[in-house]
Design a protein around this ligand. Structure first.
Ligand code: GLA
Length: 744
């Protein structure tokens, strides 16, 4: 049983395979947080709640006259409210019609439902209904019509709890939500480190680990997208937690817009963790009878370190977030023309790239930016989604047919949400553009954003894209967005409701994506926002892979993919082999190393393949063969970080869940003379089974391979393996480990 509900004691335990989450409804109906961690088998932990009279921590009138030890200022709660005596950062903040702000939520009822909630119009964690249960706690403010439902979906086998909240107006008068978080947890005890992921364009998701200290710390975005700058996934862990040991918690927000993840340690060392829509640019009016559904947060806990926590998220994102035909279908090895040609191409050039690529075993040709409107650079044309037949030398359908005739699939780039000032669309519909009337807008890449909060804009984009997708043989779309939002304002909202714009934009985007994915179920959409500027679990619900970064340099990618791997599986990370010197860093890396790094992703190429040497073309053939050979292991195996990305040699492993085989990649970031041996311990093997180990340079053949036989899983896991450093820049190794059949 996943959810234990003891109504008499007001005790609620959410149990998963390895973890437990406990709450208690106190004598006043306040929902307290008691515990989150390894299994405690339903034992009541309310004895751990310490109450004492604390100066300047006020007491509610209904209890305070007799009991000064009861204060919302210090009680560990499940969903705290602003204004009535809790001075910490809160989950909920409202403004009533009379301008007052104080509110409090008390439990009215609890119920358990099969399956997981399906929040309308939002991405959602999903599963077969027998695999999950949901607890719904109904709460109300005793002094107003404000009510709430806290939703806790329990995916027991995944060690995942999905949290969200619905705020309701059951009264007569409207009120405005100023903040409505999706997740809120209070820990009375314990010290934590927070690991969050910061970045910038072309260098996304760099981990930062720091102790949670007194006061409020936060990461978030007010850019209209989840952003390159902070990712809506973060971790709290014991200060001693490592990859393989320690208690850790992860929160992944299924939302692609403005978010805030806050930690706060209060005066007596308690830690609060909140995640939700960013309140800075948010205000949502709830009229009588209205409700507001927050997006979901996927929580997981590991008592075995960060590696296990990541694997929990990998499995849940692969199986319970990604959807559609491609969630589990083998993705094609692709070639994208962007870094090969940028805007300067002809139809003939594209076909020549496709023909060459098809001959080498590449399966999908992606035509990037520049195929539509007046678009020979990035100053014009966005929004004019009509093929430029003059540039292509034929219709888009004819081009698609020429490409599919080579045996490849055909894919196309769109930047649906944007519009160039110099475009027919912008000239025809100036009110469809996001900008403040009477104020010069902020440009970025010389473009503006379309007001996706408006249904007519959504409908236009759905129909325009549908027309193109139906006309040409297109099986893949790259869905890009190349600026952050600002000057937020919708011509369709009145002054009182402008605070709803950013979330309404997000709902509009999700409606467009939902409609197109339903209309074109065989289409694979790869998300992108100037690389990984919108790499979040919300987008992954619609686009099961996302272009990880505009930085294609293999050495930069070691860090980017390492950071991304904390919260997201390899099957979601778009990664390509590109030309050297690399276009973003100028670095020259071996072809084999570039293949090795791109293979820890969805794998593809992005370079002028017609300019490669015969030797490099042969390498492409063998890289593709290796990718096919190891596909299941790479995309669905258990992923282990065997080193940090800051080590001189970065090492990672894919092991099949049964421990039958493993594939390890190691890339030297830094060569030094006379350096120490490279040593690492394998993970995920059966301790008593014997294994054969083949160590070779990445892309190397049998002649270069060193074989070790008869090594027990325990020996490989405890004693490890050693690589001899090579005096070669950016050298890469691959290590195949196979269980020796018949031997124990
Ligand atoms: C963004 C993408 C790139 C490419 C360009 C095209 O930067 O991340 O991969 O598609 O746009 O303009």
């Amino acid at each position: 049983m996943a959810i234990l509900l003891d109504r008499e004691r007001g005790l609620i335990s959410l149990q998963t395979r390895n973890t437990e989450y406990q709450m208690k409804i106190d004598s006043r109906g306040v929902l307290l947080h008691l515990y989150y961690g390894g299994r405690i088998y339903g034992s009541d932990l309310s004895h751990t709640v310490c109450r004492m009279d604390r100066g300047f921590s006020g007491n509610p009138a209904d209890i305070g006259a007799t009991d000064r030890s009861y204060s919302l200022d210090v009680l560990p709660q499940e969903y705290s409210c602003f204004g009535a005596g809790d001075y910490r950062s809160t989950a909920l903040a409202v403004e009533f019609a009379d301008g007052s702000r104080a509110c409090e939520l008390r439990v009215q009822d609890c119920r358990i439902e099969p399956g997981l909630p399906v929040p309308e119009g939002l991405p959602a964690v999903h599963c077969k209904s027998e695999a999950a249960e949901t607890l719904i706690v109904s709460l109300a403010d005793p002094f107003s019509g404000l009510a709430a439902e806290l939703q806790y979906g329990v995916l027991a086998d995944r060690d995942v709890i999905v949290r969200a909240a619905r705020i309701l107006n059951r009264g007569e008068t409207p009120f405005t939500l100023r903040k409505a978080a999706s997740m809120h947890i209070d820990w009375q005890f314990g010290r934590f480190d927070q690991i969050s992921f910061y970045g910038r364009h072309a260098m996304e998701r760099m981990p930062q680990r720091q102790a949670v200290g007194h006061g409020r710390q936060s990461v978030g975005s007010v850019r209209g997208t989840s952003s390159h700058h902070y990712n809506p996934f973060s971790i709290l862990c014991e200060p001693t937690a490592t990859e393989t040991a320690g208690l850790c918690f992860g929160a992944s927000f299924l939302y692609s817009g403005e978010f805030l993840m806050e930690t706060e340690m209060d005066a007596i060392g308690q830690t609060r963790w909140i995640c939700g829509i960013h309140p800075d640019d948010f205000a949502w009016e709830l009229r009588a009878g209205d409700s507001f559904q927050t997006p979901e947060v996927m929580l997981s806990c590991s008592t075995e370190g960060l590696g296990k926590l990541s694997r929990n998220f990998h499995a849940a994102i692969r199986d319970n977030v990604c959807r559609g035909a491609y969630a589990h279908r083998r993705r094609s090895v692709l070639i994208n023309n962007w870094e090969a040609t940028y805007f300067q191409f002809t139809g003939e050039k594209l076909v020549s790239l496709a023909e060459e690529a098809a001959g080498l075993g590449i399966e999908l040709f992606v035509l990037d930016d520049g195929w539509f409107g007046k678009r020979d650079d990035d100053n014009s044309g966005l929004g004019d989604w009509f093929p430029n037949e003059k540039k292509l030398g034929c219709t888009l359908r004819e081009l698609g047919e020429r490409i599919t005739a080579t045996g490849m699939q055909f894919g196309l780039w769109f930047e649906t949400e944007s519009v160039s000032i110099d475009s027919d669309l912008c000239r025809a519909h100036p009110d469809w553009v996001v900008r403040v009337p009477g104020r010069a807008p902020t440009l970025s890449r010389n473009q503006l954003i379309l007001d996706l909060s408006r249904k007519e804009v959504q409908d236009y984009l759905i129909e325009r894209m549908s027309a193109i997708l139906s006309d040409a043989p297109i099986s893949y779309v790259k869905w890009d967005l190349n600026r952050s939002l600002c000057d937020k304002f919708s011509a369709a909202l009145d002054a009182k409701h402008q605070g709803e714009f950013a979330h309404r934009y997000e709902l509009g985007l999700y409606r467009v994506l939902e409609t197109l994915t339903a209309r074109f179920p065989a289409l694979l959409i790869e998300g992108c926002s100037g690389g990984g500027g919108r790499f979040d679990a919300g987008m992954l619900y619609y686009t099961p892979q996302i272009w990880c970064s505009d930085n294609t340099d293999a050495i930069s990618r070691l860090a980017i993919q390492y950071g991304t791997s904390f919260g997201y599986p390899v099957s979601t990370m778009g990664a390509h082999v590109s030309a050297v010197p690399n276009h973003q860093t100028g670095r020259v890396t071996p072809f084999a190393t570039r293949g090795c790094v791109a293979m820890a992703g969805t794998f593809g190429y992005e370079l002028d393949i017609t300019k490669l040497s015969d030797e490099e073309k042969a390498e492409i053939r063998s890289q593709i063969a290796a990718f096919h050979k190891h596909y299941e292991l790479i995309q669905y195996g258990d992923y282990y970080r065997l080193s940090a990305a800051t080590e001189p040699c970065v090492i990672w492993e894919f092991a099949d869940p049964a421990g039958e085989k493993a594939l390890i990649s190691a890339v030297s970031r830094l060569v030094e003379a006379n350096s120490a041996p490279i040593h690492f311990c394998v993970q995920g093997l059966q301790p008593q089974s014997l294994y054969r180990v083949a160590i070779r340079p990445a892309g190397g053949g049998e002649d270069d391979t060193r074989i070790l036989e008869g090594l027990s899983g325990a020996a490989l896991q405890c004693g490890g393996l050693t690589l001899t450093p090579e005096a070669k820049e950016y050298f890469a190794w691959e290590i195949e480990i196979d269980r020796e059949s018949g031997k124990e």
